[in-house]
Design a protein around this ligand. Structure first.
Ligand SMILES: [Zn+2]
Length: 55
């Protein structure tokens, strides 16, 4: 579980999530990228919007 930095809602992070996965806040819709740390997952704001992730 991580906390949205925009609205402080709790965002569920599945145990089988992987680093780099994008999670979305259920409250405000902000997108975050998962980062793994010793304490578990942390989040950082995801870059931009849209589906233009491919190379
Ligand atoms: Zn939020």
């Amino acid at each position: 579980m991580v906390k949205c930095t925009e609205c402080e809602a709790e965002i569920k992070v599945p145990n089988d999530s992987v680093e780099g996965e994008i999670v979305t806040c259920p409250d405000c819709g902000a997108s975050y990228e998962l980062e793994k740390s010793d304490q578990g997952f942390t989040i950082k704001p995801a870059q931009a919007v849209g589906e233009d992730w491919g190379q």
